[in-house]
Design a protein around this ligand. Structure first.
Ligand code: ADP
Length: 293
C-alpha cells in the first residue's frame, strides 16, 4: 500500500506536516481493513475499502462530526475521507484505548442520555448511511412508527424477499407492520441523535477513562433504539443502564418495543449472513404479534 496520497490529504485537512513512518494493520474491523498510520509525532486511524464504498466512509465521517459537534460523548475526530487511485479511505484521530470500569460505565450512561437530548424536527437524517454494509434509509418522516416501519422493517423485509426469504417471514412481517402502532401507546417519541449501531464492539474507553463511541450509523430517531441494541449482543454493564435511567428514565413499554427495535438488526443479520437469523426473526415477530393481541 502506498500511503502517500492519504498522508497528503491528512496534511491538507490538518494544515500540519505529516509523513507516514509506518502503518500497522489493526484487527477487529468487520467490514474494512484498518491501520494505525504513524508519523513522527502523530498517529491516525485509517480504514480502507473498495472505491465503490466511498459513500459509506463519507456517511461515517458526517456521523462522527455530528456526534462530535454535540460534545456529549467522545468520538474519534474525523480528519478526512476520500479516494486514492484504487481505494476509498477514512482517516480519524487515533485513540489509545484503556480499560473499562464501573466509573466509565456510569459516565457512558450519562453521556449517551445527553447525546440523545440533541433533537431535530424530523425523524431521519440529511443523508442515508449503512448498517454493516447494508444501506440504511434515512428519508425524513414526521411520524416515528411510520419511519420505523417503512425505512427499517419493510426495507429489510424487501431485501430478505429478494434473497428468497418469503413465506412465513413475510406473512408475519406484514401482520406486525400493520398492527405495531399500539406498541407506541403512552410512549413519548422524539427525534434524538442516536448512534444507530451501538453494540459492544463500537464502544471503548480511552486512556483517561473516558468512554468512546465509534463506527456510528447515525440518524435522528427514538432513543430506545440505541438502548435496545446495547442489549442485543451484550457488553454493557448494569452501571451503564442505571446511570442512563437516572439521567433520563425510559418510558414504560420499552421492554416490548426493544424487541421491535432489535428485529431490525436481526433482519439485517439475516440479509448479511443468513442461517439461524431467519428463525430468530420469525420468533421475535410471532412474540410481538402475540403481545399486541
Ligand atoms: P469496521 O467499520 O470495519 O467495523 P471499526 O470502526 O469498528 O471498523 O474499527 C475496527 C477496530 O479498530 C475497532 O474494533 C477498534 O478496536 C479499533 N478502532 C476503531 N476506531 C479507532 C480509533 N479511532 N483509534 C484507534 N482504534 C480504533
Amino acid at each position: 500500500m502506498n500511503w502517500h496520497t492519504i498522508s497528503e490529504q491528512i496534511e491538507k485537512a490538518t494544515g500540519s506536516t505529516f509523513k507516514t513512518i509506518s502503518a500497522r494493520a489493526l484487527a477487529g474491523g468487520d467490514i474494512n481493513s484498518a491501520f494505525q498510520l504513524k508519523g513522527i509525532q502523530q498517529s491516525y486511524f485509517v480504514k480502507l475499502n473498495n472505491m465503490a464504498l466511498a459513500h459509506m466512509f463519507e456517511a461515517e465521517f458526517d456521523g462522527l462530526q455530528e456526534m462530535a459537534d454535540m460534545g456529549a460523548v467522545t468520538v474519534p475526530r474525523p480528519i478526512v475521507c476520500g479516494k486514492t487511485e484504487d481505494q476509498a479511505f477514512l482517516v480519524l484521530e487515533y485513540i489509545e484505548f484503556g480499560s473499562a470500569s464501573k466509573a466509565s460505565d456510569r459516565l457512558l450512561g450519562q453521556q449517551l442520555a445527553t447525546l440523545h437530548q440533541k433533537r431535530q424536527a424530523y425523524y431521519g437524517w440529511h443523508r442515508d448511511n449503512t448498517i454493516g454494509s447494508t444501506p440504511q434509509i434515512n428519508s425524513p418522516q414526521d411520524d416515528w412508527p411510520s419511519f420505523w416501519r417503512d425505512n427499517r422493517l419493510l426495507f429489510q423485509l424487501k431485501l430478505a424477499a429478494k434473497k428468497s426469504c418469503g413465506g412465513r417471514l413475510q406473512t408475519l412481517g406484514e401482520q406486525l407492520c400493520s398492527d405495531m402502532g399500539i406498541l407506541f401507546d403512552g410512549h413519548t417519541q422524539q427525534a434524538s441523535l442516536i448512534h444507530g449501531d451501538l453494540w459492544g464492539g463500537n464502544a471503548a474507553v480511552d486512556k483517561r477513562g473516558q468512554p468512546v463511541l465509534f463506527d456510528p450509523a447515525c440518524y435522528y430517531g427514538d432513543r430506545e433504539a440505541d438502548l435496545a441494541m446495547t442489549e442485543l449482543f451484550g457488553g454493557f454493564g448494569q452501571d451503564f443502564y442505571a446511570s442512563y435511567q437516572q439521567t433520563w428514565p425510559l418510558d414504560e413499554g420499552y421492554t416490548t418495543r426493544k424487541k421491535l427495535y432489535n428485529l431490525y438488526h436481526i433482519l439485517n443479520h439475516l440479509n448479511l449472513f443468513g442461517g439461524g437469523y431467519l428463525r430468530q426473526a420469525e420468533n421475535i415477530m410471532a412474540q410481538l404479534i402475540a403481545e399486541i393481541r
